[in-house]
Design a protein around this ligand. Structure first.
Ligand code: ADE
Length: 224
């Protein structure tokens, strides 16, 4: 999978992709992430990328020109399956959508900033608008990193044990059951006996029962 990200503040994206699972996924060539600095696509002398909103009002708006130039340049080299704009008024991200995205070859993600981006980008170039929740962040970089993390971990081979993504919370609309590790008894706080019994069939049954129980309590909306 190839993911291209357009950002006005690319340094915000350095850390999430340079550690742990996402770093290893890139080293294993399972995903290629390229971050494009929007400023490189500005054609004016000041390298500006934003401007005042037509009609007045507080806040700067990311201009159409540098974003258009960047998208046009990238699209001349590859065809994107999806052009995603990260925005708090987009569709709420969920596991079902990350599953779908993990099957795509080429994704382009646009990070917004300031008061927003020129609406014409959204109207004519963006194919999907995604929000990571009902709260407003300073820009789309952290949401883009969240989206990428959720998608990349689903690509076969990224996690050591492929089944571990399948048993994540929200796959099958169930939250994940509790997990424990050694010691089995910590200052009198004990791990459920079944988990140390060695009876794999019973352990599986216990996990399923717990997943259902927990989902009913914490997320009754999912158990419906
Ligand atoms: N940009 C700012 N806030 C956001 C959010 N909640 N989701 C996606 N992009 C955003």
């Amino acid at each position: 999978m190839k993911i291209d990200i357009i950002s006005a503040v690319p340094s915000l994206l350095e850390s999430p992709f340079n550690d742990s699972i996402l770093k290893r996924a890139q080293e294993k060539k399972l995903v290629e992430i390229t971050i494009h600095n929007l400023r490189d696509y500005s054609t004016n002398n000041q390298k500006s990328i934003d401007d005042y909103a037509f009609g007045g009002g507080a806040g700067m708006v990311l201009s159409i020109e540098p974003i258009f130039n960047c998208i046009e340049d990238l699209q001349s080299k590859k065809k994107f399956d999806e052009v995603i704009f990260m925005t708090p008024d987009g569709e709420k991200l969920n596991q079902n959508y990350t599953n779908q995205l993990s099957l795509k070859n080429n994704i382009l993600i646009i990070c917004g900033h300031y008061k927003g981006i020129d609406q014409r980008i959204r109207d004519f170039l963006v194919t999907k608008e995604i929000s990571i929740g009902d709260y407003v962040l300073s820009g789309g970089e952290l949401p883009a990193a969240v989206l990428c993390d959720a998608v990349i971990r689903l690509i076969p081979g990224v996690l050591n044990n492929e089944t571990s993504a399948l048993t994540d919370s929200f796959q099958d609309d169930l939250l994940a059951p509790p997990v424990y590790t050694r010691p089995a008894n910590f200052n009198g706080w004990e791990v459920p006996d079944i988990l140390t019994s060695g009876n794999l069939k019973e352990i599986e049954k216990w996990r399923e029962k717990k997943a259902i129980e927990i989902t009913k309590i914490k997320r009754p909306d999912l158990s419906e």
